[in-house]
Design a protein around this ligand. Structure first.
Ligand code: F6P
Length: 341
């Protein structure tokens, strides 16, 4: 078979490990050949391809980013986009596609599958919020980067008797904030699933200062204040209708300073969490996803996505990836509350 591979959406440490596993097993075990599509769905839409064989995947396992490039291009929103993809795939003699991406990329893959295109999905997001899989690769790397930052911020916060607010990624779900906050010994964690009361935040900050320690607050970029406790932030919607609040870390830091009089600073980790070499766990998970994705293609089991369930890799319907987001359960969040203040 001749198989197209693409990576779509925000990049994520571990993407290259998936590509490497797909190509190595596909070539050596099954005798398939590959075509790399550039920049997510823009590749098959605009016929942007690159050579993809065993030599091209040599040495990429520890590399961050994606050798195929990525974009948030959505062909469903392009006039005649799906038909163009169908034609380009036929012209290139592509028998099947492997789409590696998050909610939006896999949403397009689902649509193509419904239109009769042979496609298998691999889930990816540092946010770890895809419902159908226990973990996504990239998440562990992002958490480790955030923890390293928090460890460093503890010492500078203490030296200056400041409150430090660390904003981490997580538009809809607080997984990165919760895991990094617990692992980094944060004194407060704010996540989108549990709207926060800024008055309570400030009380906890004051009690932390009273015990002579400088507080560290970890906040998800998508965290929201309880209505009426703080002026609500008006969010802009991106191309996919996701609300981007922006600047919540800074706003919380400013509120702390105004309300408590304690000096406060915000640190936005942003895309640092998505860059660089993947952790061993992410390389392992991404590699297993790649191996199982090429098996699904070889079995002609299209319209499926690989997923982690416990320690097993299973195949689930592609649309399971977009059906529901996996959010932090408030009871899980409450486990961390014992460390607050
Ligand atoms: O979905 C992954 C994610 O990292 C979000 O946490 C974040 O809001 C977003 O991507 C940022 O994306 P962009 O690359 O468009 O800035």
């Amino acid at each position: 078979m001749r198989i197209g591979v693409l990576t779509g959406g925000g990049d994520c440490p571990g993407l290259n490990a998936v590509i490497r596993a797909v190509v190595r097993k596909g070539v050596h075990q099954y005798g398939h050949s590959f075509v790399g599509f550039r920049d997510g769905w823009r590749g098959p839409l605009e016929n942007k391809t690159q050579t993809l064989g065993v030599p091209e995947v040599r040495g990429i396992l520890p590399r961050g980013g994606t050798i195929l490039g990525s974009s948030r291009t959505n062909p469903v929103k392009v006039d005649g986009g799906i038909e163009r993809i169908r034609k380009n795939l036929a012209d290139l003699g592509i028998d099947a596609l492997i789409a590696i991406g998050g909610e939006d990329t896999l949403g397009v893959a689902t649509r193509l599958h419904e239109d009769g295109i042979a496609v298998v999905g691999v889930p990816k997001t540092i946010d770890n919020d895809l419902g159908a899989t226990d973990y996504t690769f990239g998440f562990d790397t992002a958490v480790n980067i955030a923890v390293e930052a928090i460890d460093r911020l503890h010492t500078t916060a203490e030296s200056h008797h400041r409150a430090l607010v660390v904003e981490v990624m997580g538009r809809h779900a607080g997984w990165i904030a919760l895991h990094a906050g617990m692992a980094g010994g944060a004194n407060l964690i704010l996540i989108p699933e549990v709207p926060f009361d800024i008055g309570r935040v400030c009380t906890l900050i004051e009690s932390r200062f009273q015990s002579h320690y400088a507080p560290i607050v970890v906040v998800s970029e998508g965290a929201v204040p309880k209505e009426g406790t703080m002026e609500l932030v008006s969010g802009e919607k991106d191309d996919f209708g996701h609300v981007r609040l922006g600047g919540i870390g800074d706003r919380v830091a400013k509120e702390i300073e105004t309300r408590t009089g304690a000096e406060s600073r915000a640190v936005v980790l942003g895309h640092v969490q998505r860059g660089g070499t993947p952790t061993a766990f992410d390389r392992w998970l991404a590699t297993r996803f790649g191996l199982h994705a090429i098996d699904a293609i070889h079995d002609k089991d299209f319209g499926k996505m690989v997923a982690l369930r416990g320690t097993d890799i299973v195949r689930v319907p592609l649309d399971a990836a977009t059906r529901e987001l996996k959010l932090v359960d408030p009871s899980l969040y409450s486990e961390a509350e014992v460390f607050f203040g």
